[in-house]
Design a protein around this ligand. Sequence first.
Ligand code: F6R
Length: 246
Amino acid sequence: MERKSIKLVICKDKNAVAVSSAQIFADEIRRKPAIVLGLATGGTPIGMYRELIRLHKEEGLDFSRVVSFNLDEYLGLAPEHRQSYRYFMDSNLFNYINIDKSNTYILDGLSKDPKGVCRKFEEDIKKAGGIDLQLLGIGRNGHIAFNEPGCSLDSRTGVVNLTQKTIKDNSRFFKDESEVPRQALSMGIATILEVKKIVLLTTGEGKAKAVAESVNGPVTSKVPASYLQHHSDCTFVIDKEAAQNL
Ligand code: F6R
């Protein structure tokens, strides 16, 4: 596979990251109102979602024909669990915009047939015509979605084990570390590389090493985000702190 360069937008702070990434999403939604979005959870996209809600309320940004697919979901958490990614999406974005919730696809973490759910998710993406614009975050260990170090380039949506580092990082959202699920359902690397356009957001010096390795390092399973060098339209929108090792 050919190696391409990841584009960089370096912003002065996390607020500027939120505004400039929301602008990219808003422009694409206006250009293609029935756009298929790939969405992410975590701490980083909250500011961008807040800005999209503002654009909806104040400038009439219309989500009525938008379709969305979320990157991942914890295995074993019900949609109404406060730490589930369905709950996150509803409470940070979907409840405040005019998206049709039946067009928002999030993997079912409670299903008795997780593999079947993952297969159907891939089919649903295909039926929707593929993902036009994918939002990503990045873990300190370079993970994208829940594709942890060691994952393969040809992985598809499936059940994955979380690393100790990710469990520890994500425990800030739970009462304590023992409550963090050990497994998740996640889009695979190959699934992500099939999208038309990728925007990865990150902020803070804790991500600087992962950012530098992903952008300038070799393409390696040790840093899953380095696989993004294989994509022809991938932009990292980051703040100065996350850019300090570039
Ligand atoms: C979330 C996801 C994860 C996060 C990553 C960064 O859907 O797929 O890969 O993007 O763990 O999380 P934050 O933004 O909390 O640092």
